[in-house]
Design a protein around this ligand. Structure first.
Ligand SMILES: NC(=O)c1ccc[n+]([C@@H]2O[C@H](COP(=O)([O-])OP(=O)(O)OC[C@H]3O[C@@H](n4cnc5c(N)ncnc54)[C@H](O)[C@@H]3O)[C@@H](O)[C@H]2O)c1
Length: 331
């Protein structure tokens, strides 16, 4: 068992605390929120509550932290945890700039602690199946990714919510949902080379943008077409086209309450086939992979190099959304 503290008891932190109640690999021993309302949530579950992160860092019973805080706080919180010898699971995006993600990875490397990130799509069975088809060459050479992650949950947020701010969400939907697709595209193609992104406010009062389209090119070839919209009902789709065939996963629901997926594959000369896949708790499986890495049982399946590549491309997307130009990805 890995004893963890969950930091940030908002939408996602509460989902994670509740999920971990049924884990055989992680035990929540401490929870933190700067908002005192978190105390009621903690006491209902018999959990130790603190209103300051530093209390967790001084708690010897805590072996790892699960960061569910606003994006711009992640890097400093990762570094502080690593410096006190605690393993880190951080929600997405890991950092907002390449310089920051390098700082985060350097801190965990220096401390010899595990680092994991909240990209649960990597742990969804149909996505794992597509990655297997790619790895084993069944789809041939990967040519292009097309992906969409849209939802309308943010329409209900107050205008001054941090998730709608230029500081924490500089390219509208990108940090909310698009970042998961960028992570998968990096998983397929590796380091990105250039990005061309457009963000518009078209169908809502979300002033930092509700509609994003991004074309990402990769150093070893391949394109990703990423679509993320915050003013339309939920949609989730990830497709990879290869020289021998293609595969597409369509999500039935948002990852907060998975109801399963439809996986469609088509190989040259064969028929196009679709299978329905049952729900699977990918968020929990990601956290449990973190515990396995922290306890030295297995390496975390997403290497730090891919975390760096993802944030480097993210920063270029922020630049491109501002400039309207094709931007080079650093690194
Ligand atoms: N993996 C996923 O699919 C997924 C889904 C939703 C959100 N997220 C991520 O989870 C994180 C949190 O998002 P959310 O939607 O839950 O936001 P939220 O605003 O609902 O919750 C954030 C919480 O953090 C608290 N907080 C702020 N600063 C803090 C600090 N220094 N110490 C302790 N608590 C602090 C706030 O009071 C709030 O309760 C973000 O990184 C977001 O991108 C991931």
């Amino acid at each position: 068992m890995l004893n963890v503290a969950v930091v940030g008891l908002g939408w996602w932190g509460r989902i994670i605390v509740n999920l971990l109640a049924r884990s055989e690999k992680l035990r929540v021993v401490h929870v933190v929120d700067v908002n005192p309302q978190g105390e009621t949530f903690a006491s209902e579950r018999g959990l130790r509550f603190s209103s300051g992160y530093e209390r967790v860092l001084k708690d010897d019973n805590v072996q790892g932290v699960v960061l569910c805080t606003p994006h711009s706080q992640h890097t400093d919180q990762i570094v502080a945890a690593a410096q006190t010898g605690k393993h880190v699971f951080c929600e997405k995006p890991l950092s907002m700039t390449r310089a920051d993600v390098l700082r985060a990875v350097a801190a965990v490397d220096a401390a010899g602690v595990a680092l994991a990130v909240g990209h649960e799509k990597r742990f969804e069975p149909p996505v794992m199946e597509i990655m297997r088809l790619l790895r084993e060459g069944v789809l041939g050479t990967a040519l292009q990714v097309e992906a969409n992650f849209s939802q309308d949950k943010f329409l209900a947020l107050a205008k001054d919510n941090w998730r709608l701010s230029g500081k924490d969400a500089p390219a509208g939907p990108m940090t909310a949902t698009g970042i998961h697709l960028l992570d998968l595209a990096v998983g397929v193609f590796g380091e990105a080379d250039t990005v061309h992104t457009s963000v518009k406010q078209l169908g809502s009062s979300l002033t930092n943008g509700d509609t994003l389209a991004s074309l990402v090119t990769f150093k070893r070839g391949g394109h990703a077409l990423i679509s993320a919209i915050l003013a339309t009902p939920f949609a989730g789709r990830f497709a990879v086209y290869g020289s021998q065939g293609w595969a597409e996963v369509r999500d039935k629901t948002h990852p907060e309450a998975p109801e399963g997926w439809t996986l469609t594959t088509s190989l040259r000369g064969g028929r196009t086939t679709s299978v329905d896949m049952p729900p699977s708790p990918a968020v929990l499986h990601n956290l449990e992979a973190f515990a396995d890495a922290a306890l030295g049982r297995a390496p975390y399946p997403v290497p730090c190099g891919e975390m760096i590549a993802n944030v480097s491309a993210l920063e270029a997307i922020f630049r491109s959304a501002r400039s309207g130009n094709i931007e080079k990805v650093e690194g």
